[in-house]
Design a protein around this ligand. Sequence first.
Ligand code: ADP
Length: 177
Amino acid sequence: MTSLEVIRGDITTLTVDAVVNAANPGLLGGGGVDGAIHRAAGPALREECRRIAAAREAGGAGAACPPGEAVITGAGRLPCRRVIHAVGPVWRGGGGGEPELLASCYRNALLLAEEAGLESVAFPNISTGVYGYPKDKAAREALAAVRETLPRAPGVRRVVFVCFDGENYGLYRKLLA
Ligand code: ADP
C-alpha cells in the first residue's frame, strides 16, 4: 500500500525523491511555490527549465508546458532528487475543463515519477494560490486523481500533500482521516 500523508510546511525543505512544482506554462519561474522552489534550488534549475522551454517552444508545441502537463528536471540545491513541474489550470468557473486539467497534473506527475524510478513524491496544492481554484474542490480532485493513478505507478510508495496554508491543511486532514 502506498502511504498518503499530509503535512503543513514548506515543500522546498523536504527530503523526498521528487518535489512537484506548481509551474507556469513558460516554465520560467514565478511567484508562490514556484518562486520558492526556484529561489531554493538556485540557477541550475532555472537554466535547465530555460533549455527545456526553448526546445519545446522551438518544436512548435506552443507553450513549453501547457496546463495539465508536466516535465521532470534535476533539483539544483534542493534536498530532493528531482523536481516535477506540473502546470495547473487557471480557475475560470469550472466550465473550461479545469477539473480534468487539474487531475491530469497529478496523474502526469505520478507517471513521470514512476518512469524515473522515484519512490516518494511531494505535491503542493496545485492551482489553489494565484490560479484561484477553490481549495475544497481542488483537494478532493487531487486525492481522487492520485488514488486513480497509483495502480499505474506501483513504484511510488509514498505521496505527501504539502499544505502551506491552514485551510488546505484542514481540508486534507479531513479527507485523509
Ligand atoms: P498556482 O499558480 O498553481 O495557484 P501558487 O504557487 O500561487 O500556484 O499556489 C499553489 C499553492 O502553493 C498554494 O496553496 C500556496 O499556499 C502554496 N505554497 C506557496 N508557497 C509554498 C511553499 N513554499 N511550499 C508549499 N506550498 C506553497
